[in-house]
Design a protein around this ligand. Structure first.
Ligand code: 1GP
Length: 226
């Protein structure tokens, strides 16, 4: 999946990235980020991206304001290791009525933030899990399964120098049935290959394509790891 944060570039650049990512073979687009993004900008970004791709667009919300009826779906997520009531249940409760009214598909997701956490770790007031701490990660992952979440996202934070370690991914994969998304710090074929071999079902890349001078080629190499 390709993550596009509307706060990181203008709409034109977001569309150009999306077009190349689509051609390189990304499966879905995630739109969002942890810094404040106004609904009008999310609307506009989605509207323009939809003109260049048929791939589904899922909102990756930073708050209860990150909603757009133009998206195909939205993650209805719990930042499970947050120490803030807001990220555990506050934003979710504030957005439930409007989501119901809009009729947008909600995909329940447990969201776990690992070291170093980067901006989302700080903003989300996360009690960071060490990137190789199998038992803590497994405890959260099993809790996510018991809550009935449809997806589990193992996040190191956008722009992280490293991804969640392979032992954590493979341990969770062995013991938990929920599809696993891994993101943060994946920027080349090797890191994608390591994460996928460990058991990730889906990988997310954001920073590497924002910074790349050749989005198509960079993403093509990462996708070749599948
Ligand atoms: C962030 O996991 C995503 O939520 C993507 O991280 O920007 O490091 O690719 P990167």
């Amino acid at each position: 999946m390709t993550l596009i944060d509307p706060a990181s570039q203008n709409v034109e650049k977001a569309v150009s990235i999306a077009q190349k990512a689509d051609k390189a073979g990304t499966d879905f687009f995630m739109i969002g980020g942890s810094t404040k993004v106004y609904p009008a900008l999310i609307d506009k970004t989605i509207e323009e991206i939809k003109k260049v791709t048929d791939k589904k667009i899922i909102i990756f919300p930073g708050s209860s304001e990150s909603i757009s009826k133009k998206a195909d779906a939205i993650y209805y997520m719990m930042l499970m290791n947050s120490q803030s009531n807001e990220f555990l249940i506050g934003h979710q409760v504030r957005s439930s009525i409007i989501l119901k009214k809009l009729g947008i598909e909600t995909i329940s997701m447990g969201y776990l933030i690992f070291d170093p956490g980067m901006t989302v770790g700080r903003v989300g007031n996360a009690m960071l899990i060490k990137r190789d701490d199998e038992m803590t990660a497994l405890s959260y992952a099993l809790a996510a399964e018991m809550f009935g979440f449809k997806l589990l996202y193992l996040e190191s934070g956008s722009g992280s120098p490293t991804h969640v370690s392979e032992n954590v991914i493979s341990r969770i994969k062995r013991e938990v049935k929920i599809p696993l998304i891994v993101g943060g710090g994946i920027r080349d074929y090797e890191s994608a290959h390591d994460v996928l071999s460990a058991g990730a079902d889906i990988i997310v890349t954001g920073t590497v394509i924002e910074k790349s001078v050749d989005v198509y080629q960079t993403l093509k190499e990462i996708i070749n790891a599948f």
